[in-house]
Every structure is written in C-alpha cells, then in structure tokens.
Write a protein that binds this ligand. Structure first.
Ligand SMILES: Nc1ncnc2c1ncn2[C@@H]1O[C@H](COP(=O)(O)OP(=O)(O)O)[C@@H](O)[C@H]1O
Ligand SMILES: [Mg+2]
Length: 304
C-alpha cells in the first residue's frame, strides 16, 4: 500500500470527551474573530494528490465556511497538467518555478486546470456538505492579465493586471466557496497561464483578505534541516540569492511579500501533508508552518 499520512490516523482510538470539548471550545474566540472575514487559500502540493489528504482538506474548508468565514480557494495543478501534456506528446519545461507556455500548452491548461482539476475539487467539497463553485479566471472578467516581464522566454505566462471581485463577492455572499482556476485574459483575446501563487496573492489583495494561506507539500520554509517559524523579506531575498529557496518556492515567497506589502496582515505557508494543518493554523494560538512577516515584526521578535 502506498504510504499516506492518513494511514497513521487511528480512527478507533478516541480522545476523552472532556478533551474534545476543550479543543472545540478553544476554537470559539477564533471563530468569533473570523466570522464574516475573507480567507484566501492557495491549494497546491501533496494535499492535491493523496486521496485521503484531499478529503481532509475539503472537510476543513467546508467547516471553515460553515462557521462563517468567507473562503476563496485558488488552486494549482502542475502535476495534472504535466501528465495530460505528456499524453498529448507535449513536453513540460520550467524556468524559475514557472511553466513555459505555448499555444498547445495553454489548451492543455484550460482543459486540465479549469476542467478536471477544478471540478474534482468542487465535487469533493460537495461530498462533505459544502457548496463549491468552479470559477475560471475568464468567468465574469475575474482575472485580467498581461504578459509576464519574462514573456520572451516564458511564452503565454501572464501577470495579473486586475482582479474583478464582483463575481467572487457574489458567490461568497451567497455562502458558496469560489474554487478559482488561475488563468487570465486580455483584451486582445489571449489566454494566459498564471502561477497559482501569484493569482492567490492578487485575489487576496483585491478582496482585502484577512489571511492568505499557501497549502503546499513542505512543513514550512527549510534552511538546511531547520524549518523557519517566520521569515521577513530581507531574509527571503538572501535565501533566494544563495539558492536556499529555489524552484516553485520562489514565486510563492515573492508573491507572499507582495501581498504583505499590500496590506494583507497574515500570510502563512502550511503543510498539506499534515492532518488538519489548515484548522490548526487558524484555530490554535501557535499556528503551524512558516509565517511571512514584515521587517518591523522581525526586529521586534529579535529584541524580545
Ligand atoms: N527553502 C525551501 N523550503 C521549502 N521548500 C522549498 C525550498 N526551496 C525550494 N523548495 C521547493 O518548493 C516546493 C513547493 O513549491 P511547488 O512545487 O511549486 O508547490 P505548490 O504546489 O505548493 O506551489 C517544495 O516542494 C520544495 O521542493
Ligand atoms: Mg507552485
């Protein structure tokens, strides 16, 4: 049997009832604090691949919505895109964590990301009692894009020019969970592949979200064996330069600090492989994973 963290969950051993009650009651101040607030969740990494983790993620998201938090999901789907492209004889290439995209690849992205991957997430949320709605960035002009500064090398990779929040607000206001596939359009009729981290960042900024959470497949940002509890922009820049932060972590980190600079106060990277990491991040004092913090917060934590 393939190893899954879910194999380690013992469903027959029950915690004493008092302890369960205590855990639930500890969540109450957070539930009160976050009711009506908007959280943008970037869904990627292992939690999108393992079937048990996918179910747990969908349960977590449904629970958050049911306690009154406006949840907006933005998903990746790199592996699924690579597999479909392979079947069609199209090779995948990456440059600094971004997918090189030509006309053939953009069609694969449309059918895979905005199709199967998106609808599977919607279905899973529905199975757990939530109401997800698939949204492609093309729907209702949600993601307007322009060519990435590195477009000569990257092809049809876009940068977000503008987010139209009307449709997302409408869905959230109706108690639904928008599940957004990050593709964008321009006025010339081009369709762009947008890195899901960049899209989540722009959407969080446009919605003035309370939190942006990146769910990935690492415990947090690693520096050697160490996992950072917090990271500030200057540290991140030097880790990128030294190659300590590389690949897909580069757009994640850059987008995180752009979001922080634009006024979204709480930004976290959490491990989709850890059971219920999303709930733990939101409903416990210590949180989990790595938090992206400002230089001021970093200085304060050093002098404490
Ligand atoms: N310093 C680092 N700490 C943690 N992960 C890193 C670091 N540098 C590079 N990575 C890589 O970044 C990956 C996460 O980015 P990516 O593969 O794009 O996943 P996602 O689906 O979450 O966007 C990790 O799996 C890891 O291989
Ligand atoms: Mg990525």
């Amino acid at each position: 049997m393939e190893h899954s963290p879910c194999n380690e969950v013992n469903t027959t051993r029950k915690a004493p009832e008092g302890a369960i009650g205590q855990v639930l009651i500890e969540a109450l101040p957070y539930i009160c604090k976050f009711e009506g607030k908007t959280f943008v969740i970037k869904y990627g990494g292992a939690a999108m691949k393992d079937s048990c983790l996918k179910n747990i993620f969908a349960q977590n998201v449904t629970l958050l919505r049911k306690v009154g938090i406006r949840i907006v999901l933005v998903h990746g789907g790199g592996d699924a895109i690579t597999k479909t492209a392979e079947k069609l004889g199209i090779a995948s290439r990456f440059l600094l964590g971004r997918r090189v995209t030509d006309e053939g690849m953009i069609s694969v992205i449309q059918m895979t990301l905005a199709g199967k991957v998106n609808q599977d997430i919607v279905q899973l949320i529905s199975q757990h009692g939530g109401k997800g709605v698939g949204v492609s960035g093309l729907d209702a002009d949600t993601i307007k894009a322009m060519p990435h500064p590195n477009a000569e090398k990257l092809g049809l990779v876009g940068e977000v020019e503008q987010i139209n929040t009307d449709y997302i607000d409408l869905l959230c206001g109706a108690g639904l969970i928008p599940v957004i596939a990050p593709i964008g359009f321009d006025d010339e009729g081009n369709i762009y592949n947008i890195n899901a981290d960049d899209a989540a960042s722009s959407i969080a900024i446009a919605l003035k979200a309370e939190k942006l959470i990146y769910v990935s497949d690492v415990e947090g940002i690693h520096v050697g064996e160490r996992i950072l509890k917090t990271i500030c922009k200057a540290e991140a820049a030097s880790f990128i330069e030294q190659g300590v932060i590389s690949g897909g972590m580069i757009p994640k980190v850059l987008s995180a600090f752009k979001t922080l600079d634009s006024g979204v106060g709480k930004i976290h990277l959490i491990d989709g492989k850890a059971i219920h990491s999303l709930l733990l991040e939101i409903f416990t004092h210590d949180g989990v994973g790595t938090q992206f913090i400002s230089e001021e917060e970093h200085e304060q934590s050093q002098t404490r």
